[in-house]
Design a protein around this ligand. Sequence first.
Ligand code: HEC
Length: 127
Amino acid sequence: MKNVLLLLTFFLIFSCKEEVKIEAANTDVQGMSATAPEQLGKEIFEGKGNCSACHQPNTKVIGPSISDIAKKYKEQNGNLIAFLKEESAPIVDPSQYEVMRTNFAITKTFSEEELKAVEAYFYSHLK
Ligand code: HEC
């Protein structure tokens, strides 16, 4: 019986610690997005998203430029996040949609926060 109690105590202490750690990590992520969502978006865009392989800030390469996409989405009140989740149709260059579609395998792994950051990065090119 004593051993069981001891074990239980250890377990409780351990699980409390874990919770604190997780909370601290969340605060970190939130703190970062509160200060610079565009920066996080840029990192994703140029990093794990590999979006910059086809999208440049102001010139069309393989895909339309970031500023052209941002302009179109703003004008038409489009939902960029829905597009990246493959929940809405293309509005910028539908004739090239098949090329863009291959990227949904990546964008669907993004968290809601990462998607918002990418959206913020797009819209930062309107300024
Ligand atoms: C292999 C090249 C390629 C890569 C890599 C790529 N794109 Fe695209 N993207 C395109 C092309 C081509 C279009 C134009 C077709 C279209 O409008 O759907 C496009 C269009 C878009 C559009 C406009 C969609 C619309 O409404 O028409 C968005 C937003 C976009 N890309 C975001 C991204 C993001 C975010 C990434 C990185 C995760 C990415 N793209 C990676 C080629 C690419």
